[in-house]
Design a protein around this ligand. Structure first.
Ligand SMILES: Cc1ncc(COP(=O)(O)O)c(C=O)c1O
Length: 465
């Protein structure tokens, strides 16, 4: 591909300019303004010697789409710029991004620490699949207590993990505090920033080492495709800990050859994760899906600003309803995470949150079935508003006691608020609450905990609360 330089190349553009221009190139032959979809498995070598040079990485050119593709590379460049990183790797889903990001660091026999509130799919991946690889996860009890993190560090601890805005409880962690702890311990801090996107927070600016996203959500935005991304901040000094992370300090081609950090400097981790982990395990992103992601990224700031505005309006409205026991939205002053939200998320706290109905699962069922504009779906970050009952879906595999410990009460409803007109969203909720109120005869809210226990009714709050 011959390319023409575009105005992009400075580093002083605002977010909206970057989301449209960063990483772009213009195809010199056809003049296509948007990086086209290069749907090709591989790339032609001019000669015998050219093939050898490409395999040797001599000219940095393309070999095979599993290792790189022009469409994918353009989107990776844009994500690197948006997150203030040094390099990015796109893969087939968010789960693939989390997996390859951690396998770029961890090996059998290693242990890593995690914040307790995570996407349930990540928890089962860590507890079950990673355990089968001989990698052990340990969840801290209180992520705000650095002593809790510190006393769990072992000689084989190799990473720290967390999420920016965990769903559905939105119990925010203090990213800078945990980043300082990880740096002191010589551990890379990996964070899943799916629910926040770089528009709301750039975790690398707060000392995080590596960012992952499910790009299937807000980054793509339109619910049409899956994708995942790993973004390297280039700040973690792997060569300082050769015993902990030997993959970066071992000569690549045997004695006398350079190590990964000597050859690639600040992008050593991403190079390793791209070629040795993702390149071999193979969760490659289709260039078609990379193109769809590129289209989504161009309106990211507009969408996320509207998502956050709508979510705050909906959260405020829900908080005023007598049937609602609590709303887990950090943008509300009443929320325990409000101070952290103000510190780290001045642009808003996204649009995926839960609220708990006093009437328990009975009320959740009526309300969810009565909604018309909200789609009943296991997805989030879509332009459309979505609704889910975590207790009987994403968290159904847990015991009742585990759910209660996580705050997944029978009356908990999760929303992913879209970009529709807020008046229409409120009208849909008003209608659903009217249906709920008119049906109170069939689903009676017990007046006291004792009365509820006597009748064995599942109420919105745990009976022990
Ligand atoms: C926070 C978070 N991380 C990762 C994932 C997994 O992403 P994907 O569905 O693209 O594999 C999800 C999916 O809901 C998520 O919410």
């Amino acid at each position: 591909m011959t390319t023409t330089a575009t105005p992009y190349g400075q580093d002083n553009f605002g977010f909206a300019t970057e989301q449209v221009h960063a990483g772009e190139s213009i195809d010199g032959d056809a003049g296509a303004r948007i990086t086209p979809i290069y749907l090709t498995a591989g790339f032609v070598f001019d000669s015998f010697d050219h093939a050898q040079a490409r395999f040797n990485g001599d000219d940095g050119g393309l070999v095979y789409t599993r290792y790189g593709n022009p469409t994918t590379a353009a989107v990776e460049g844009r994500l690197t710029a948006l997150e203030h990183g040094v390099d990015s790797l796109l893969v087939s889903s968010g789960q693939a991004a989390i997996t390859v990001a951690l396998l770029g660091i961890l090996k059998s026999g290693d242990h890593f620490l995690s914040a307790p509130s995570l996407y349930e799919g990540s928890k089962t991946l860590f507890r079950e699949n990673f355990a089968r690889f001989g990698i052990e996860v340990e969840f801290v009890d209180d992520p705000h207590d650095i002593d809790d993190w510190r006393r769990r560090v072992r000689p084989n601890t190799r990473a720290v993990y967390g999420e920016t805005i965990p769903n559905p409880k939105n119990d925010l962690i203090d990213i800078g505090l945990i980043a300082d702890f990880a740096r002191d311990q010589g551990l890379p801090f990996v964070i899943d920033s799916t629910a926040s996107t770089p528009y709301l927070i750039r975790p690398l600016d707060h000392g995080v080492s590596i960012v992952v996203h499910s790009a299937s959500k807000f980054l793509s935005g339109h619910g049409a495709s899956l994708a995942g991304v790993v973004i390297d901040g280039g700040t973690f000094d792997w060569s300082r800990y050769p015993d902990k992370f030997p993959q970066f300090s071992t000569p690549i081609g045997g004695a006398g050859s350079p190590t990964l950090t000597e050859k690639f400097g600040r992008t050593a981790y991403l190079q390793y994760t791209r070629t040795i982990i993702a390149g071999r395990l193979g969760p490659v992103l289709s260039p078609l899906n990379a193109f769809l992601l590129q289209q989504g990224l161009e309106t990211l700031s507009l969408r996320v600003a509207q998502h956050s505005r709508n979510a705050l309006t909906v959260a405020r409205w829900l908080e005023a309803q007598p049937e609602v026991a609590s709303v887990d939205y950090p943008g509300l002053p009443s929320n325990p995470s409000h101070a952290i939200a103000q510190k780290y998320y001045p642009r808003g706290t996204g649009s995926v949150f839960g609220f708990t109905l006093r009437g328990g699962i009975g009320h959740a069922r009526i309300l969810i079935d009565a909604l018309e504009l909200f789609s009943r779906m296991s997805h989030l970050g879509d332009v459309r508003s979505l609704v889910l009952h975590p207790g009987t879906t994403s968290h159904a595999h847990l015991t009742e006691a585990e759910r209660v410990r996580l705050g997944i009460f029978p009356g908990l409803v999760r929303l992913s608020v879209g970009i529709e007109d807020e008046a229409d969203l409120i009208a849909d909720l008003e209608h659903a609450f009217d249906v709920l109120r008119s049906g109170l005869g069939s689903v009676v809210v017990p007046a006291t905990r004792e009365a509820a226990a006597e009748r064995g009714v599942a109420v919105g709050l745990p009976l022990s609360a």
